[in-house]
Design a protein around this ligand. Structure first.
Ligand code: ATP
Ligand code: MG
Ligand code: MG
Length: 533
């Protein structure tokens, strides 16, 4: 009996593994150390960890390092950091390269059993033959010929480089993935970041993945269903080598609208200066979305809610940011910031003078404690609010009280410079239409200069088609900076702090010492903006 069968996720899916026994499940997340993780990888990593934990089993983090031309030690380190940002820690970390000797032996075994052959058909011709179901002229070479050629490949000689090793599965199976896939290639010019110059031949993913899954004890291999055609090929390798079977559990690839999820394309944005780096808040990298204020809980809830869905999902960012907002709203403290442009000075007759008072950081969450707020009979409000006031209108200054708007002074530029008001602090705030944020300062608690950053999508097209060139769809301006002043009490915040600026939205303090020495806040999307990710 599988006690997790029938257990539903938030979205109503069954999330269980076939033939899974508690304490015996082993899953693995196999990133290639060739770049930073993005939200698509996060889906695979989170599902693997979820199942390992649910069944009290083990999670292997395996660096799939079979292509030395693309891989580096630095990326292993950054991937471990990215996983930590997702709340993921494997029980063990391994490398496909740990098994290069074993894999080589298995390849030799396949040759000896007549199940693999060396081929020097040119790449394009091979592709055409596989398409048309035509056998390679090398397919019926003898075991001795194949062993000699594979040995030659292994030396990395000019002759060896002309060859590859193919599994002898089928010439014309309707499933083209079974048409004698390549299982070893020569790569003699670059050294491998772990094995150095020892190897001149490397196994392909198609060969290494099933073999290493099996010998590492993986019970359930999760992979995206774009590989589904290759599932029979995966099983063929295990059958051919008489290795222990592995259950494959496949799931739909995750994509997002207005978003590129390919290391190569993201690299282009970095190289061409369209973003500040791999942790740019506009990037769908784990670093980017975490920096923009997405929590680990949000990502996990979002991924698990999709369950075993097989659709290739093209998600709206609003869906995930809405979850994030629900989770952070009850726990992030409140502060006030005002647009600096056209700040309006208001003198409130009849109000008490300068004083400081402790105020709750969050009215509905006393656990967040108190902050010090300055009150005075001279306050500042935003131009936009000031413009909206009618003569003699009664308005509410939030957390203080009501005032009557009496007169205003307009400057040469047409902006309101100052206003005179009369205090009616005990007045009924239920009667006023406008609840306005305001700020006061003192000599010891002056305003703090802040920059508020918001972002748009990097590309202008919702879904890029196969033959679209992404370079043609770059959003001309995708970063927006507003200069603002905030209450002195924001100086208590540390980098990474998440808050709400009242009436503006949620922000994360990205840099205490940003551009021009100002505190830089990044807007955390709340799922309600159509334009911004
Ligand atoms: P890229 O194409 O960006 O280089 P990749 O798929 O080649 O990505 P890997 O490091 O090989 O990168 O991927 C590690 C794991 O993450 C694989 O199991 C892969 O299936 C999974 N994965 C990658 N992209 C997605 C995605 N968009 N949705 C779900 N899983 C994904
Ligand atoms: Mg890959
Ligand atoms: Mg890929």
């Amino acid at each position: 009996a599988n006690k997790f069968k029938g257990k539903k996720t938030a979205a109503g899916f069954d999330l269980f593994l076939k033939d899974a026994k508690e304490g015996q499940v082993v899953t693995r997340f196999p990133p290639e150390p060739s770049g930073y993780l993005h939200v698509g990888h996060a889906k695979a990593a989170i599902l693997n960890q979820y199942f390992a934990r649910q069944y009290k089993g083990r999670l292997i983090i395996r660096f799939d390092d079979t292509n030395p031309s693309k891989e580096k030690t630095e990326f292993e380190e950054s991937i471990i950091e990215d996983l930590a940002l997702l709340g993921i820690k494997g029980d063990v970390t391994t490398h496909t390269s740990d098994y290069f000797d074993t894999l080589y032996q298995y390849a030799v075994q396949l040759i000896q059993e007549g199940k693999a052959y060396a081929d020097d058909t040119l790449q394009e011709e091979m592709r055409a033959q596989r398409m048309d179901g035509i056998a390679s002229r090398r397919r019926d070479a003898t075991v001795e010929e194949n062993l000699t050629r594979f040995a030659e490949m292994s030396t990395g000689s000019q002759e060896g480089r002309r060859w590859c090793l193919r599994a002898k599965m089928s010439v014309d199976d309707p499933n083209k993935a079974l048409r004698d896939p390549v299982i070893y290639r020569c790569n003699a010019d670059v050294s491998h970041h772990r094995t150095g110059d020892k190897w001149k031949v490397y196994p392909t993913y198609d060969f290494a993945c099933p073999v290493v899954d099996s010998i590492e004890g993986v019970t359930h291999a999760l992979r995206t269903n774009e590989y589904r055609d290759r599932n029979p090929q995966y099983q063929w390798m295990l059958d051919a080598l008489k290795l222990r079977k592995v259950e494959i559990w496949d799931f739909g690839r995750l994509n997002f609208v207005y978003t590129l999820l390919s290391k190569r394309k993201l690299q282009w944005f970095v190289d061409n200066g369209h973003v500040s780096g791999w942790d740019d808040p506009r990037f769908p990298t784990v670093r980017g979305i975490r920096r923009r204020g997405m929590t680990i809980e949000t990502i996990q809830e979002f991924i698990l809610a999709q369950g075993p869905s097989q659709q290739i999902i093209n998600m709206e960012w609003d869906n995930i940011w809405t979850i994030n907002k629900r989770l952070i709203d009850p726990v992030v403290p409140r502060y006030v910031a005002l647009d600096k442009h056209g700040l309006v000075k208001c003198t409130v007759a009849g109000a008490p003078g300068l004083e400081e008072r402790p105020m709750p950081r969050h009215k509905k969450n006393p656990e967040l404690g108190e902050k010090t707020t300055v009150f005075d009979n001279v306050i500042y409000i935003e131009q936009e609010d000031a413009k909206s006031f009618a003569d003699n209108e009664e308005v509410t200054m939030m957390d203080w009280g009501n005032v009557f708007v009496r007169s205003k002074k307009v400057g040469a530029d047409g902006l309101i410079e100052s206003m005179d008001m009369d205090a009616n602090l005990g007045g009924d705030f239920k009667k006023t239409k406008k609840k306005v944020t305001w700020l006061a300062q003192s000599a010891t608690r002056p305003f703090v200069e802040v920059s508020l950053l918001d972002f748009d999508y990097l590309i202008t097209k919702k879904k890029l088609e196969e033959d679209d060139k992404f370079e043609d769809f770059i959003t001309p301006q995708s970063e927006f900076r507003t200069e603002a002043v905030a209450a002195f009490n924001v100086s208590e915040l540390a980098e990474g702090a998440q808050i709400q600026f009242e009436r503006k939205g949620y922000y994360v303090l990205d840099k205490v010492q940003g551009k021009d020495g100002k505190r830089e806040f990044i807007k955390i999307p709340d799922g309600r903006q159509a334009s911004s990710a």
